[in-house]
Design a protein around this ligand. Structure first.
Ligand code: DHB
Length: 509
């Protein structure tokens, strides 16, 4: 029996339609693999609730498996759980949109913001935060025929009953990997194609989505995963969607000052508002002479890093920077802003108010890069990520069970103003950075990527998503990268296009 026929038979058994299909309810090969795993890792296919989810007047009946633990030894039972939603049609031999029980891709959206703990997502409309009133991404995906599996994940502030931190790095990525393995282990009792898992996330969640896609099956995480009681097996995924990924943290301070050096006025937010899910309040200020000095010291570190990556344009041009931070890489970044502006012009928008754009004959010819950066404005103070007093969200991410905050760059350790200068291990910093796994022999990279970063999103330098997208392109992967015009720090704002891309890559691959 071929595996697809045996899977169909299992699903028919689930649906109680086996007799109709003329198949017997015998066990399958993947059942045999599942049988060797602890019972705690087997999904009970009967423990669902029926829901009808709606978006914009359209609705769909689904089975919802809610709050399902995905590790055998959870340290936090509120966060190490997953919500799995399956269109009811897939148990009735019917199709939704382009898909059926065998072909439906599995949409895997995490809800992480600010590297904080995140509960699994639900199909209910958003009621809080900047996205209040928007439909649930999960409900919209179900209507398109995706199976949706939304993992919860531990985050940097989480504590156990004894007050020990339980969600510091690399907890969140371990949780996402464990959830992927759980889905594969239970493939025989779940509709959907577990070889078509498509991750999605925004900001810190975008970084984790990218890291999940880059670091598939890497042995770096294995001992941790085993200790958690994660399912054995693979954790590579099919495709990645990432909105404004706050990634490449150990290079993000230099990338930030490469972009914002010379912009001394800022509108900053408090660390507690880092999370894109929060409504933000900005406080205006001006860099002190000491902060300007730090910016001046960080900026020149960036060209050496960019040049070490050997990035190339699709035409084969080397993307580099000279010592003062100018060169083909800068033009490459600015090219994405120009294309975004051109898209607006082509859609009939009036760009007259953007005096830094040079528009002639319906074409955006060039831009005054410095003026554009001043327009976007500075939000973070240098160093933007590894704060000298170890007070940033990222310092908090790299804490330990007993130390709340740690540095993660030599630059900030050397200039430390906190009580004690403690630095996260290089291996740990590596394990949180998607860039470290792209093209690595020890990891299986996802081959299809969609990355979005708004032109005025100042939470990380525009160079960061450009480096990520270009490194992936240079591996020969299919990368759809764009900078939406005048878009700030947010995600899931173009669901129709996101789902169209997901459907296209799923059908092609
Ligand atoms: C997020 C935003 C940040 O500016 C940051 O440094 C980390 C995370 C976020 O919205 O997830």
């Amino acid at each position: 029996m071929s595996s697809s026929i045996s899977r169909r038979a299992t699903l028919a058994c689930l649906a109680g339609t086996a007799v109709l299909m003329g198949t017997a309810c015998s066990s399958t090969k993947s059942d045999a693999v599942a049988a060797t795993a602890p019972d705690a890792l087997r999904l009970d296919p009967t423990r669902f609730e029926k829901q009808t989810v709606s978006v914009d007047g359209q609705s769909i009946a689904v089975r919802a498996y809610l709050g399902v633990p995905y590790v055998a030894k959870p340290v936090d039972t509120a966060y190490q759980v997953i919500n799995i939603y399956v269109p009811e049609a897939y148990y009735q031999n019917a199709k939704v949109g382009d898909f059926d029980a065998r072909t439906a891709p599995v949409f895997f959206p995490n809800q992480v913001g600010g590297y904080m703990p995140a509960k699994p997502g639900t199909a209910q409309a958003v009621t809080q935060g900047p996205s209040a009133g928007k439909p649930s991404t999960i409900a919209a995906a179900l209507l398109k025929g995706f199976v949706v599996a939304s993992p919860g994940a531990r985050g940097r502030t989480l504590k156990d009953a004894d007050g020990a931190f339980t969600g510091k790095a690399p907890a969140a990525i371990l949780d996402l990997k464990a959830a992927v393995r759980y889905l594969r282990l239970n493939a025989s009792v779940l509709p959907g194609d577990m070889e078509k898992i498509i991750s999605n996330g925004t900001s810190a969640g975008g970084a984790l989505s990218a890291l999940l896609g880059a670091s598939g099956n890497s042995p770096d995480y294995e001992t941790y995963l085993q200790a958690m009681g994660a399912a054995p097996g693979r954790d590579d995924i099919f495709a990645v969607s990432a909105y404004c990924p706050i990634t490449n943290l150990e290079h993000a301070d230099a990338a930030h000052e490469w972009l914002f050096n010379g912009v001394n006025d800022y509108r900053a937010i408090q660390v507690s508002m880092l999370d894109f899910n929060m409504v933000r309040k900005e406080v205006a200020g001006t860099l002190t002479p000491e902060q300007i000095k730090v910016s001046n010291e960080l900026k020149p570190l960036f060209p050496a890093y960019v040049n070490s990556l050997n990035l190339k344009s699709p035409q084969g041009q080397n993307l580099t920077l000279d010592a003062s931070g100018n060169g083909s890489f800068k033009d490459w970044v600015s090219g994405y802003v120009l294309s975004s502006a051109q898209g607006q012009l082509d859609a009939g928008k009036d760009l007259g108010k953007y005096s830094w754009l040079n528009i002639q004959g319906g074409k955006v010819r060039s831009l005054d890069f410095d003026a554009f950066v001043r327009y976007a404005g500075r939000m973070k103070l240098p160093p933007a990520f590894d704060a000298l007093d170890a007070s940033s969200g990222e310092n908090n991410l790299f804490g330990t069970a007993s130390t709340n905050n740690r540095h993660f760059t030599d630059f900030s350790v050397q200039r430390n103003t906190a009580n004690a200068a403690v630095r996260a291990e290089d291996k740990l910093v590596k394990m949180m950075n998607a860039m470290q796994y792209i093209g690595s022999r020890d990891a299986r990279n996802a081959k299809r990527w969609r990355i979005r970063h708004g032109t005025i999103d100042r939470d990380t330098s525009l160079a960061i998503p450009v480096i990520l997208a270009t490194a992936l392109q240079n591996q020969g992967y299919a990368v759809d990268f764009a900078m939406p015009w005048d878009q700030g720090h947010a995600g899931d704002y173009d669901l129709e296009q996101l789902f169209a891309w997901m459907i296209q890559v799923a059908k092609a691959g």
